[in-house]
Design a binder for this molecule. Sequence first.
Ligand SMILES: Cc1ncc(COP(=O)(O)O)c(C=O)c1O
Length: 307
Amino acid sequence: MALNSLTQTLGLQLPSRIDVLQFYYLGTNIQLSVKRDDLLHPLINGNKWRKLAAFVEQALDFDSLVSLGGAYSNHLLAVASLAKALDKPSYGYLRGDEHRSENTYERWLRQLGMQLMKLPRETYRDKSSLYAYLSTQHPKALVIPEGGHPLPNPNRLAELLDEQPLPYRHLLVSCGTGATFLALAAGLGARKQQMQLHGVSVISNPSFLAELNAQAQSRYPFSQLSPHPEKIRLGKLSPAMLAISKACFEQTGLAPDPIYDAALLLYLHQCLLTGKINSEESCLWLHSGGMPGWSGYPLESKQLFGL
Ligand SMILES: Cc1ncc(COP(=O)(O)O)c(C=O)c1O
């Protein structure tokens, strides 16, 4: 199945449109454009589709798909959906083997036909041994690395830059593994663009951030990676993350995902306060999807959105 017919099978809403929002928050006010990759597909949306598209051609040559992620992995949800669309078995390895009841994501993964296995956290941490183990366990499978990083073909993701003219001064994107940020940096460099690329990381490890930042700048000098504005552990929500998500939803009807884009909006707010970004400048937020992530925070979702 070629990429084009797969996008039809999945009913992907490509190209994604750009909406313009007026967003004010604690003393700042900005007209913010949003590339609505969150609308691409209910489960393979945002950067999940953009990244997996880079694996599709390879995937066709394998019998099954294998990947890994945390307990609420948007990436695994996308891999399971892709495998189902390709009519291939899929296997998902979860970080942590502690006993707990099945969460919503795990139920969805199972319903999509993904076979789940739990791994002790130490085993999960040592990625090179883990990938070798997965390849021996599944010799006929394509092993897609965690979060799709590194991408076999970053150009595929960067094609989103060609879907419409992007006459913006700033492009903001949230970062986990950095696969999306790096592919965009490479794409902007190749297109000789001059807009400022802001990556906002949810990982706090300084050496990881420095390395990623250096890699991005070597591809595109106008790129910069910043740490999470709240310096909070991955998976935790701060009062500020909740407050900005609520403000965004109430004013625009659009919610950020709880982890990644809530951090991005807080970063934007800080930039507006410090003058790093002027509210008169044009800004594009690449919405990276992940809305099902709110299912992991039922109390907060009810409080914020009445869901
Ligand atoms: C909703 C969401 N936003 C952002 C990211 C970060 O993307 P990347 O790992 O490419 O940096 C992820 C992880 O894939 C995600 O699920």
